[in-house]
Design a protein around this ligand. Sequence first.
Ligand code: HGY
Ligand code: MN
Ligand code: MN
Length: 425
Amino acid sequence: MSHTLTAMQALSSQRLWQRLETLSTFTDPDRPWTRRAFSPRFMASREWLTEQMQQAGLSVRIDSGGNLIGRLEGTQPHAKPIMTGSHSDTVFDGGRYDGILGVLAGIEVAHALHDSNQQLEHPFEVVDFLSEEPSDFGVSCVGSRAMVGALSADMLAQRASGAGTLAEAITLVGGDPTQLTQPLYSSGDLHAFVELHIEQGPVLERQDIPIGVVTDLVGIRRFRVVITGQPDHSGTTPMDHRKDALVGAAILIQATQQKAIQMNSEQRYVVSTVGYLSVMPNSSNAVPGKVELMLEIRSNEDHVVEHYGEQLFSMLQPELQALGLQLHTESVSHGKPTRFDAEVVDRIEHSAGVLGYPSLRLPSGAGHDAVYLAGIAPAGMVFIPCLNGRSHCPEEGIQLAHMEAGLKVLLQSIQTIDQHVFNQK
Ligand code: HGY
Ligand code: MN
Ligand code: MN
């Protein structure tokens, strides 16, 4: 008598762990772990991901937005697909699990469905979204924005220093920017979207809870800021004759740190960061004449995301002017706070319970591709804890037991949602 395995029994944590290890080897050897979108290493890792998807029984394609998509057919050929996925690109000196876990866990779910011959009713799609991290073009979530028609012509025209436009880069990875004037998936085209991701924060680990059921995502706004002064000789230019752009940047950085700290409260979550800064001419014996920086604001409150930047810049204008400095700001991206679909959130929480995992409902301070999918489909996310709550650094780590819990809850949630008929919204 053949012992047919269930999909849950066919899941292999070992195979997933091995894939995590292998994918992490596609890194800049001098800066582990770095695999920037569009880089030659990223392209090589995409070839490897394609093979893994095929081994899992998925048929693979690249859509016009440069997303790598693996698909398993369902028993109902005309049913809308259930989608899972995340991103395989990293920040500089990043970790081995941010995004990567969600892509490889999605492949493992497909592999288990395929090995156990357990077809879902709905087609099942596993996506490696292109360039979720803020790319060298300054735009994040390139693939997921493209998928839902939110990649603007301005964004496609953005240039990276020493490279062409974002549109050209998308073409290089196999996309077709000319098709991006309309959504690749619209409302109603997906049954649901579920993403597995590390929390990237300390909450689950501190409470020793293996599963996070994400309720909502903060809004994220990014500004390109250019402060212009005057480059001068550092030895011969008296202090009261200088137009030092870096002094202006220091004033802005201090002011935004103070403003964000003051705005936080029980209900309101506000964080502000200047993580990128470039000084010109960047010589030890020249007064900085120009500084370009990226200012990022995140909040769970829409009006904070909307108005924080303008408030900060108008407050700083007089002080910078008095220093002979010009301030130029450009809003590069603006993602609104997003609430996940209550029926998806309930099913993820229920799935954790069925499997005996304690879970906690929590918001996400990190941005994810899911924010764009939530605009066109019932969407939700599953979190697992990460080591010391840290991410976007080589110390990023996960426990095997938590990886296994997240993988099982992802499969259980997908199987439950496969049987669920959503209320008409
Ligand atoms: O920046 C973020 O929140 C995400 O990790 N890319
Ligand atoms: Mn990230
Ligand atoms: Mn991520």
